[in-house]
Ligand binder design. Structure first.
Ligand SMILES: CC(C)(COP(=O)(O)OP(=O)(O)OC[C@H]1O[C@@H](n2cnc3c(N)ncnc32)[C@H](O)[C@@H]1OP(=O)(O)O)[C@@H](O)C(=O)NCCC(=O)NCCS
Length: 141
């Protein structure tokens, strides 16, 4: 099983698919969540990131930022993607902060009606390969 090592967590590949890579987020042996790149568009080099750390007790320990950073390094270094994007509810401050720490920038916002007829604000966020390496000052491209 393919594993990516982060600083605090590791990512274990669940099942690769042509247009989706899906990982379990492991803290030691414990599976604390999942992260994926979905809608991979190989021609344009883009994909959508989604993440969920199941237990609220596990939030705010840096695991999310570590998982996102580790997956972005894989996306840009090994998969040769050019840009990763996501959608997040504007009031999910924890998630927005996590994404910004990993290098994402807000690119736009939209308002939409929920199924309960209330309005919600969504941030569209993205990070290019160049922005990611500049932000993290990792390895040379
Ligand atoms: C979103 C999620 C992946 C983030 O992972 P995490 O491990 O909790 O995030 P991190 O600990 O790496 O970073 C969170 C940051 O948000 C900050 N934060 C938390 N609550 C905050 C608030 N109310 N206002 C501002 N900042 C806040 C934390 O202090 C931390 O920043 P810091 O390191 O500068 O102090 C995780 O919380 C999660 O899975 N949530 C449930 C599912 C979800 O919302 N998924 C995203 C859908 S788009």
């Amino acid at each position: 099983m393919s594993q990516l090592l982060g600083g605090k967590i590791s990512l274990e590949l669940v099942k690769p698919h042509r247009y989706r890579v899906h990982y379990h987020i492991l803290r030691g042996e414990q599976n604390i969540g999942e992260i994926e790149l979905d809608h991979i568009a190989w021609r344009s080099g883009e994909a959508e990131l989604k993440i969920d750390i199941y237990d609220g007790e596990m939030h705010n320990h840096g695991y999310g930022t570590d998982a996102v950073t580790t997956l972005l390094a894989q996306a840009f270094l090994k998969m040769n993607l050019k840009r990763v994007y996501l959608r997040v509810q504007a009031n999910n401050t924890n998630a927005v902060r996590c994404y910004e720490k990993a290098g994402f920038k807000k690119e736009g916002r939209l308002h939409r009606l929920t199924e309960w007829n209330t309005e919600e604000e969504i941030f569209l966020m993205g990070v290019t390969k160049t922005q990611f390496f500049k932000h993290n000052q990792l390895w040379a491209m």
